[in-house]
Ligand binder design. Structure first.
Ligand SMILES: Cc1cc2nc3c(=O)[nH]c(=O)nc-3n(C[C@H](O)[C@H](O)[C@H](O)COP(=O)(O)OP(=O)(O)OC[C@H]3O[C@@H](n4cnc5c(N)ncnc54)[C@H](O)[C@@H]3O)c2cc1C
Length: 425
């Protein structure tokens, strides 16, 4: 993987509130905690720790928010992927505990945006749309869960014609609207949280790829020109790190891509998304979209491609978007970019220890905006000695994916083929 890279050419990078320019690490330093990776997992953990008075250093190979956190669909969706499997492992009141954990990230984001005045276009309103009758059944059973847990936010099942009116397309046969979910500018959230951590004393080093972690009662994290010795190390590189082969072999890298249109006219916005909702379909090779604050349509989907050429990305995604919105046939697309999602074989996020003082979290399987924020709190609690929530995840053994690290791209291509077949059923 290339290090010391600028941000990908995304809409988010083009509309970032500010550019970061943190120095790279030089010389031997020390901290209570050294965090590797400045995405949501790393920054969120660091901010929790800085709020509690720990000295924290964050080492980032590229720029703050350079990875998935600064490139994603910006959809803030409740729930933890693989929830059923986790609940089964907990027993007792496990289902309720997990349900509450699945929404905790939203509260953390909401609180931080308010506390640190983070300008990240946070908006509430979201629909899960259905394409096939079996999707409606899934949404109905999720609706029953919302009822069972007395969900305190507004939510409703929508008929085909209600969905059509709300989204200006006849692609979907129904939907579940949930106004606790929403959308945001992920890079600006990440930059804002990083600035908050720094204001509380954390130190960020950019362009500082970690090349080794020397274990011991204190661990030493090594970069090309420096090192940090710390009581605790938090590994938060997710799908973008190659530091620990043991962690790479339990994570599928899945590429997802997004195109960004020119700003749409008020008339068009009224036609296709007057309530400014984030939208996600239920397929494995899923499509997701929403409007940005300046009314661009940001449309995401997966296809098998390992490059980053905006024109290739547009060529693949525009026809898919036009199937949903033929009225956008004359719209220009200014952006096309992609990123890598860390997906686990059982969809359960992975948290664990590589040594008593080296902990990690990864594999949110596409639900990272919310769950990274929960993970940050759990990792910070773990540093502070509270293991209860950490153990919920650490007790699930990650499934080793044979050959993943050897046949990376072929595995991804095969996975895409398999899921395309499943979606057709
Ligand atoms: C295109 C796309 C769309 C998505 N859409 C959504 C969505 O709409 N909603 C949602 O909930 N989730 C979505 N996701 C998933 C979500 O973005 C991720 O789950 C989440 O951002 C992961 O955060 P992270 O901090 O763990 O990893 P990342 O944000 O990837 O951060 C890891 C960081 O570690 C750094 N790093 C790696 N190796 C080293 C090293 N050796 N030394 C130092 N630093 C290192 C990397 O440079 C990187 O900045 C999407 C992902 C992608 C790619």
């Amino acid at each position: 993987m290339a290090f010391k890279q600028p941000h990908t050419a995304s809409y988010y990078a083009a509309s970032a509130n500010h550019q970061t320019d943190y120095a790279s690490l030089e010389g031997a330093q020390s901290a209570d905690v050294c965090v590797i990776g400045a995405g949501f997992t790393g920054i969120s953990t660091a901010l929790h720790l800085a709020e509690r008075g720990y000295s924290v250093s964050i080492l980032e190979a590229n720029k703050v928010g350079w990875g998935a956190s600064g490139r994603n669909g910006g959809q803030m969706i409740g729930g933890i992927s693989g929830e059923n499997r986790l609940a089964a492992s907990l027993g007792g009141d496990g289902e309720r505990r997990l349900w509450e954990m699945g929404w905790a990230g939203h509260d953390i984001i909401r609180e931080r945006v308010a506390t640190y005045s983070i300008d990240c276009d946070l908006k509430f309103g979201y629909v899960d749309v259905a394409i096939k009758p079996r999707h409606i059944r899934d949404l109905e059973s999720y609706y029953e869960q919302l009822q069972k847990f007395n969900f305190p936010h507004s939510y409703a099942m929508l008929t085909k014609s209600e969905t059509q009116n709300l989204l200006g397309t006849d692609t979907y046969i129904g939907a579940l609207r949930n106004d606790a979910n929403g959308h945001l500018h992920p890079l600006n959230l990440c930059l804002g949280e990083a600035a908050a951590a720094v204001s509380l004393g954390a130190t960020i080093y950019e362009n500082s790829p970690v090349i080794d972690i020397k274990r011991g009662s204190k661990a030493t994290v090594v970069t090309q020109k420096g090192s940090i010795t710390a009581d605790f190390v938090v590994l938060a590189g997710n799908a973008y790190h190659f530091l620990e082969p043991k962690l790479r072999g339990v994570l599928f890298p899945v590429n997802s891509f997004i195109i960004g249109s020119e700003p749409l006219s008020d008339d068009m916005v009224k036609q296709i998304n007057p309530d400014d909702l984030a939208v996600c379909d239920p397929n494995y090779i899923l499509e997701y979209f929403r409007l940005s604050a300046d009314k661009r349509l940001l449309f995401g989907g997966r296809f098998t491609y390992f490059g980053s050429d905006p024109e290739v990305i547009k060529t693949n995604l525009i026809p898919r978007l036009l199937k949903i919105y033929p009225q956008l046939a004359n719209t220009k697309f200014d952006f096309g970019w992609g990123g890598t999602i860390g997906v686990t074989a059982n969809r359960v996020p992975q948290m664990g220890k590589l040594a008593p003082n080296i902990i990690y979290s990864q594999g949110y399987s596409g639900h990272g905006v919310n769950v990274t924020h929960l993970a940050g709190k759990i990792l910070a609690d773990t540093v502070g000695g509270t293991l209860e929530q950490f153990d919920v995840f650490a007790d699930i053994k990650p499934i080793w994916i044979p050959g993943q690290h050897l046949f990376r791209n072929q595995m991804v291509a095969l996975g895409m083929l398999y899921y395309k077949l499943v979606d057709r059923l």
